[in-house]
Design a protein around this ligand. Structure first.
Ligand code: AR6
Length: 168
């Protein structure tokens, strides 16, 4: 499987697209969203403003401006409310929609942060299981070679991905 797990800052990844864990306004925020907008520069916010928003579970693509990636795929993860509001379905949809865009744009690599695992409060192990399942399903169905990188800010999160992927 063409899947890698890394600890670090997603904004330095020179990939086809980095995924942004955005909010539905697409107008920036804290966490990985703040880091991406800070590094990309104000043109990213201007392009996001034109898009006008993105519903939870959906994704949209922009240029990456000063980032080393070619594109940013913005997706809006669910806020965790205890699990009865289809948070799992919405999180799965985030991964599926991002991967669909990567495929449509013919990207060779895509880097994901742990969507919804910061201020949105999704339980980490459950979120990691959804991320890994979505990516594995995509890779078995996809005809093109595409590399998937899970970039984790914290080593504990990387351990969860490695465990889910049966990597050492
Ligand atoms: N590189 C990789 N991962 C990161 C980075 C980074 N530079 N910075 C943080 N993380 P969060 P969410 C990890 O809160 O839960 C924003 O304000 C972080 O440790 O960024 O989906 C948006 O505007 C965590 O594991 O996203 C929304 O309002 C993961 O990225 C809201 O937060 C996601 O944490 C979205 O919340």
């Amino acid at each position: 499987m063409n899947i890698e797990v890394k600890v670090g800052d997603i904004t330095i990844e020179p990939v086809g697209a980095i995924v942004n864990a955005a909010n539905s306004s697409l107008l920036g925020g804290g966490g990985v969203d703040g880091a991406i907008h800070r590094t990309a520069g104000p043109q990213l916010l201007a392009e996001c403003r034109k898009i006008g928003g993105c519903p939870t579970g959906s994704a949209c693509i922009t240029k990456a401006y000063k980032l080393p990636a070619d594109y940013v795929i913005h997706t809006v993860g669910p806020i965790w409310h205890g699990g009865s509001l289809d948070e799992a379905g919405q999180l799965r949809s985030c991964y599926d929609e991002c991967l669909k865009l990567a495929d449509q744009y013919g990207l060779k690599s895509i880097a994901f942060p742990a969507i919804s695992c910061g201020v949105y409060g999704y339980p980490h192990a459950a979120a990691v299981a959804i991320a890994v399942n979505a990516v594995k399903t995509f890779l078995t169905q996809c005809s093109e070679e595409i590399k998937i990188i899970f970039v984790c800010y914290k080593p504990e999160m990387a351990d969860l991905y490695r465990k889910q992927l049966n990597l050492k």
